[in-house]
Design a protein. Structure first.
Length: 500
């Protein structure tokens, strides 16, 4: 019986060989049987198409192996190159992200500083807003006013508007940079998808063919099968030659073979036996064989004839197995070709990303420059905001100093008035005594002295008074309650402790 082609490498194939054991039949083979064997043998030789197909498969698969090696090498070269470029792109992406993160971190710090400065300013302005100006400093009948009513708040609002504009410009720059980074990420994602979308991945080794490829094993099996099929076909040819030889050495064999060939039923494969024997049916051998040799030949012929169908079936099984392996090879090469095409698409995407890379780098540089300029503006505005706060704080402190100063001046004026009062009292005493003495002198000696000797001898004592220097007069000092003065003094002392 014939065996499966899958066992071809581990079993002895079925062959038709004249070297079978020497067992002679006691009964001669009939002419009709010989003709039947001849026609069957002739039909079996059509298996040459099967063997020829096997040869075509082996030839095609050898070319497929070469194509596979080339495709794999090209794909691996492209993938390695793309992978290297992707690593560079990711490092560039990391650098761009660092620029973005540094800018974000710096921006948040600036915003926190601005919020703190604005909170301090607002707190200072609230102090001014809650500090009512003492009525003693204002005209009678005026509505109560606070310290903030005496300063222009438009400067603060203008500064805040300028800060808001700087923040808006910064956020606009961040949005533009965000769009650039997202576009860069989309490009990297498209590259990753293109690199992973192929059905198979080439080997990362540098060998000529992927170690996981089934092609070498399949091709080795195909070549072995083709050799086995060639051997089986040769055995069929040998069997046919044996049949022809038996017919030639049998009387009337040629005529019987021609008749049997012409009497084949319609639809059956026509078998021609012309050209294999002489026209007169004579044996091609110049010397006839002996009866012993003829019996031995017929015995081998009978045994081989029983295996012809098995050999033909085995050839077909070999070919069927080869067709399956051939399809697997074609599918594998097609898969590799798909992988190569996908890799070339990835390379095309890489080229497109490379053309846009300068734009992404320029976007990061533009963001850094814009943020640097805006940051300097914000710092200047922040310094101005702080100077406003200090001005308002000094304004509030000056108001307290003014209260204390008014109180001090009031005390100084009171002291001067006290001194003047005491001096006037002393002057009046001196004046009264001078007047009495003058009057006593006039009574005692005045009438005896000639008038022209000292005209002023009888002049009354002069009167003295204290007046403010010319041009030094002004509005009277306001009367500030002592509680107000004490509160201002307390705040002044607190400021001095804070400054220390």
């Amino acid at each position: 019986m014939a065996t499966s082609p899958n066992e071809a490498t581990s079993r002895s194939q079925t062959t038709l060989s004249p070297s079978q054991s020497q067992t002679h039949s006691t009964q001669d083979v009939s002419l009709q049987t010989l003709v039947t064997h001849l026609l069957a043998s002739k039909r079996s030789l059509s298996s040459i198409d099967t063997v020829w197909r096997a040869n075509e498969i082996v030839t095609a698969d050898r070319a497929a192996l070469e194509e596979s090696v080339i495709l794999n090498a090209r794909t691996e070269f492209l993938r390695n190159g793309i992978s290297g470029q992707v690593k560079i792109l990711r490092r560039v992406r990391g650098g761009i992200e660092n620029v973005y993160k540094d800018g974000q971190k710096d921006f948040k710090n600036v915003i926190r500083t601005l919020d703190a400065a604005n909170s301090r300013l607002e707190s200072t302005m609230e102090v001014l807003r809650s500090t009512m100006v003492e009525a003693a400093f204002r005209p009678e009948g005026e509505e109560p006013r606070n310290l903030l009513d005496f300063v222009d708040e438009e400067g603060v609002e203008s500064m805040r508007d300028a800060l808001k504009e700087s923040i808006r410009e910064t956020k606009e720059a961040q949005t533009d940079f965000d769009s650039s980074i997202l576009s860069f990420d989309d490009d990297l994602r498209a590259l990753k998808i293109a690199m992973t979308s192929s059905p198979t991945k080439p080997s990362s080794s540098q060998s000529d063919i992927d170690i996981s490829s089934p092609l070498p094993e399949h091709l080795h099996t195909l070549e072995n099968n083709a050799q086995e099929m060639a051997s089986l076909l040769q055995s069929l040819v040998d069997h046919f030659d044996l049949c022809v030889n038996a017919i030639r050495n049998t009387e009337g064999g040629y005529a019987a073979a021609l008749k049997a060939a012409s009497d084949q039923p319609p639809g059956a494969d026509k078998v021609s036996v012309s050209g294999v024997m002489n026209a007169d049916g004579e044996s091609a051998h110049e010397e006839p064989i002996s009866e012993e040799e003829r019996k031995e030949m017929l015995d081998v012929l009978e045994k081989d004839a029983s295996q012809v169908d098995d050999v033909v079936m085995e050839l077909r099984e070999y070919l069927a197995d080869m067709e399956v392996r051939h399809e697997a090879i074609i599918a594998h090469v097609a898969s590799q070709n798909t992988t190569y095409n996908e890799t070339t698409k990835a390379y095309t995407i890489l080229e497109a990303v490379g053309s846009r890379l300068p734009t992404y780098i320029a976007a990061s540089q533009d963001f850094r420059l814009r943020w640097t300029e805006t940051k300097l503006q914000i710092q200047d505005q922040l310094a101005e905001l702080e100077s406003m706060r200090l001005f308002y704080e000094n304004y509030h402190a000056s108001y307290d100093s003014m209260i204390i100063e008014v109180f001090r001046r009031k005390q100084s004026e009171e002291k001067i008035r006290g001194i003047v009062k005491k001096a006037m009292e002393q002057i009046e005493k001196v004046y009264a005594a001078d007047t009495r003495e003058r009057e006593g002198f006039r009574l005692d000696a005045g009438e005896y002295l000639p008038v022209d000797l000292f005209p002023g001898v009888n002049t009354p004592a002069p009167r003295w008074e204290f007046v403010m220097a010319e041009g030094q007069g002004g509005a009277s000092l306001p009367d500030v309650e002592m509680g107000v003065v004490e509160a201002a003094s307390r705040r002044e002392r607190e400021r001095e402790r804070t400054e220390r």
